[in-house]
Design a protein around this ligand. Structure first.
Ligand SMILES: [Zn+2]
Length: 441
């Protein structure tokens, strides 16, 4: 940190300074190269009185585990604040401010990672450090802060590595991670999404077959690519029918809709705010998005084989059975074959827990009339690895954004001009302080 004594600084200001500093470490993954950023954070946490360890599968890519023990640390719950310090790439020419500058302009901190998710890491670290410096310790249990590497390419060296190689070091009962917290409005009511589940991925290839021939005579052979046309058209017309889960029912109830009638709910959302319908409808079922197609290797050869790749996302807990039902529904039967190329079942945590209660209470106290609404992320985060390793762990994504709405943050993530409203950074720091005290006493 620059000169100023962290002990006298307001926690939100500390988070802001940490964020600017973190953005200046280039942690674009690949290659990640997160060590300097992790050492910087460890130094800051140690100074505040936390026990820190750097553990990794690769020298330049250690994970950071920081711990604040309670008086009776073996009794109470273990609460973990999780974040990742790697980012996706950025093209400086597309940005208003250099993506590794951490520039402060128009009330925002700008840079790659300002939303995903150096901001949350900075807020969590500032919250924990300020509590520790004030002398606060959990009455029982333990507060953990874990900053991992390698999230943006799947967590092989990060959350997956930690939870499988050193599970005893990161075992926890409640976990707060990325993936939720932006505010949105439904029927005049402000809602904060709490991400309690993530969809799985069942990508597949659709193949058609024909007979090769010379392309100068279109009637020759049997063109496998043309057999793809009706299949592509069907994929453009509709998605599989909704398949509701515990989490998506909780979401519908949360926005004041009847979970038995998702069609009506989506119709109302579309009417009120079509962007919300685009973001939220995927929670309700299996989705198919065709993204790649290829056929003949040669421009002058009629293809005997064509292949279409479909990115398919599946509600938590569901799998191949539901995907196959969706394929039968959308593509029908015909002369094509299906092969799965990736199969990952998504997981979730129950939407009604002590942790959800604590988040909801805090929201009520800080934004009168607003409510916490369980949401399902169409993508996935490191929470998946923790839920897999520790089946009883309740893992949610939550970083309160009150000033930047969901419509403002969503298009900035992984895009140019990523930035966070400084007021949200301060608010989140308050939240992480308060939540630790609420849960651990
Ligand atoms: Zn992220």
């Amino acid at each position: 940190m620059s000169g100023e004594d962290p002990g006298t600084r307001e926690p939100g200001a500390e988070a802001q300074e940490l964020l600017c500093r973190l953005i200046r470490f280039n942690t674009v993954n690949p290659p990640g190269n997160e060590r300097p950023a992790q050492e910087y954070l460890a130094g800051h946490l140690r100074e505040a009185g936390l026990e820190c360890e750097l553990l990794g599968g690769e020298e330049q890519r250690p994970n950071l585990i920081a711990r604040l023990r309670g008086a009776a640390s073996s009794d109470g719950p273990r609460v973990c604040y999780l974040g990742h310090v790697d980012t996706v790439l950025a093209h400086p020419a597309e940005w208003t401010h250099d993506p590794w500058s951490g520039a402060l302009a128009d009330g925002c901190v700008w840079g790659r990672g300002a939303l995903d998710m150096k901001s949350q890491v900075a807020a969590e670290v500032a919250a924990v450090c300020s509590l520790a410096r004030e002398g606060w310790r959990p009455a029982s249990g333990e507060l953990l802060l874990v900053a991992v590497v390698d999230e943006e390419t799947g967590g092989e060296l990060g959350a997956h590595w930690l939870t499988t190689t050193h599970p005893e070091k990161v075992r926890c009962d409640m976990l707060i991670n990325e993936g939720g917290g932006s505010v949105f409005e439904v029927a005049g009511r402000r809602c904060y999404g709490v991400c309690c589940a993530e969809k799985g991925i069942f990508r597949f290839a659709v193949r058609t077959h024909g007979v090769a021939g010379h392309a100068s005579m279109p009637g020759m052979g049997e063109n496998a690519l043309l057999k793809m046309a009706p299949l592509l058209a069907r994929l453009g017309e509709r998605q599989p029918s909704y398949v509701l889960t515990e989490e998506s029912r909780a979401f519908l109830r949360g926005i004041g809709e009847d979970p038995e009638d998702p069609q009506a709910a989506v119709a109302r959302l579309r009417e009120e705010d079509p962007r919300l319908a685009i973001s939220f409808e995927p929670m309700l079922g299996v989705t198919f998005t065709p993204t790649r197609i290829n056929a003949s290797e040669k421009i002058n050869v009629i293809p005997s084989r064509a292949e279409l790749r479909v990115d398919c996302r599946v509600p938590p807990g569901l799998g191949e059975t539901e995907v196959r039902a969706g394929i039968a529904e959308v593509l029908g039967r015909g002369a094509f074959e299906i092969e799965f190329t990736e199969r990952v079942v998504g997981n979730g945590s129950p939407p009604e827990t002590r942790l959800m209660g604590a988040i909801a209470e805090w929201i009520g106290e800080h934004d009168a009339g607003a409510r916490a609404v369980p949401v399902i992320l169409p993508g996935f985060t490191d929470s998946r690895h923790f839920r897999e390793a520790f089946p009883d762990c309740v893992a949610y994504g939550f970083f309160p954004h009150r000033y930047q709405s969901l419509h403002e943050t969503a298009p900035l993530i992984h895009a140019a001009d990523e930035r966070i409203d400084v007021r949200d950074l301060h608010l989140a720091t308050k939240f992480y302080r308060n939540l630790a005290q609420r849960l651990l006493g």
